[in-house]
Design a binder for this molecule. Sequence first.
Ligand code: WTA
Length: 651
Amino acid sequence: MAQDSIESVLRENRSFPPPSAFTAGARLKPEDLKALRDKAAADHVGFWADLAREEIDWHEPFTQALDDSEAPFFKWFADGKLNVAYNCLDRHLETRGDKTALIFEGDEGDVEHISYRELHARVCRFANALKAKGIGKGDRVVIYMPNGPHAVVAMLACARIGAIHSVVFGGFSAPSLKDRIEDAQARMLITADGNYRGGKAVPLKEVADKALADGCDSIETVIVHKRGGLDVRMQDGRDIWWTDAEAGQGDDCEPEWVEAEHPLFILYTSGSTGKPKGIQHSSAGYLLGSIVTNKWVMDLQENDVHWCTADVGWITGHTYITYGPTAIGATQVVFEGVPTYPEGDRFWKMVDEHKVSVFYTAPTAIRALMKLGEELPERHSLDSLRLLGTVGEPINPEAWMWYHRVIGKERCPIVDTWWQTETGAQMIAPIPGVTATKPGSCTHALPGIAADIVDESGESVTESDKGGYLVIKEPWPSMLRTIWGDPDRYKQTYFGKFGDRVYVAGDAAERDDEGYFRILGRIDDVVNVSGHRLGTMEVESALVAHSAVAEAAVVSRPHEVKGEAIIAFVILKGDSGAEGLAEELRGWVAEQLGAIAKPEEIRFADGLPKTRSGKIMRRLLRSVARGEEITQDTSTLENPQILEQLQTSGH
Ligand code: WTA
């Protein structure tokens, strides 16, 4: 057993029932959730089909809900036709035309309110501009832009004409952009001169020019939005300013009615090895996942002001900025900048100024802001908040408690939402008016999501606190459809282990005795000490629970006796690097989790290698801990210089 399953050593006894005032106003009450769960359990496919009929405006209705004849290449609602942009915009014009769709705040604090009517007009105008450049259904368009309304407009304009967008986060380098353009064989690139983030100029066109300089032959047109006032070179016959492309275009554009399975977008995810995977999503199924999770989990309602701090370059920005909130007619904040500019209270200042009620961010941001102290959030009223969310990484219980106490004032439920680029929408998450939450747990699978934990042989792990592979045992509408251009890799990566129906997420997870899920980290990051397999998240959480520690990352190194030994990289709060602290922390972990989890070595550092979406790259730390040369691709690192520092810091 010890070889097969993952042992969980972290115990969490705190539980927070939803505040009754929250439940009273929530979309889903306990009886609603029960009805949804009962229905999903009785008829998985029928459950989703009914929701698809209720939540989506169809141009032509579908007759078959799920086609699983070519599993794992599933099709949902395949003979129906719709347009996603129509669902996000046109259907609100009569009832919510003047309602604010986007509240944009720029890096320097400039603010713009955009109504649904205005957003609709902008999307139509730009869609017409794309058509005038010869872009049509099925063409790939790469969007490499700053976070803001123009990026949202570009995405929705593609959706309107059936073009397939691939958004590449503005922090990616020229080679990364080039790889993505070439893999998708994109005909058009939409970019900007550049912009300012945290007061620093981020050139985009210049980087794009480098990407296009050798290769990228499929690109015919580059549309450039003027945002940063940076000098750029425009290539005759290829490059055109956004405003020139739009000149003379009308504010109406008949939507292209596409089949439900028509690809809405591709989004590249780096994964832990090999070249990035172009995750391909569908139109209707993806839209449905976006809509229901924004209702069930984010609880977005007519008067809410939603703020998802992600960039549209990530899946979180796709589902919880561009598509989901607009599809249900919500008002939301879109932010160009960073949480620490001009000061570390930027998020809290904006929450106050825009009266944000639903706030969704990442654990990495919470840990960074926690490190800056409570004085910053205390400068502002956070009274408008009613719901908080997190996504992207396991949230350590201490960070969860800080978020709960200092930001939510013990009044706001926290939805810790587990999902992936591949799943399209949230999968395991609390229903905020119903579920009692526990720090560090994403709680239970949503209705219609067949999540389970299995061992090496594919058997469900029923014992509490034993971990295993997180899997989804039935297809769901918002799942990825394939890897762009590489169906074999799709099949192998996600369905290679337990057969064509069982999606393997690549994460390790466990359930406690009340069935609460806890994500232990990526399965590849699990460490094996004396035959005990431990998730990295648990040791990291124990370290973060120590008053001197801001952040921690845990990896292993081969060990003669134990098989593997735990090495912890620790970032301290302030300069509290007291003599003997390493020893103290080792003892602290042993006390919290047991001797088995005691780190062999603690290394202090100023930072951790992170992806640009804020995830710790443990595989790089593993090389550092083992004294190996780093051969992996580091081009997607947010802070490459930190590796050098870590390598030379030694013992
Ligand atoms: C991790 C982000 C623990 C997980 C939407 C997953 C999480 C990967 C959580 C996907 C969470 C995401 N708790 N871990 N609430 N949310 N993860 O594709 O390892 O950027 O597989 O999608 O992030 O990251 P991606």
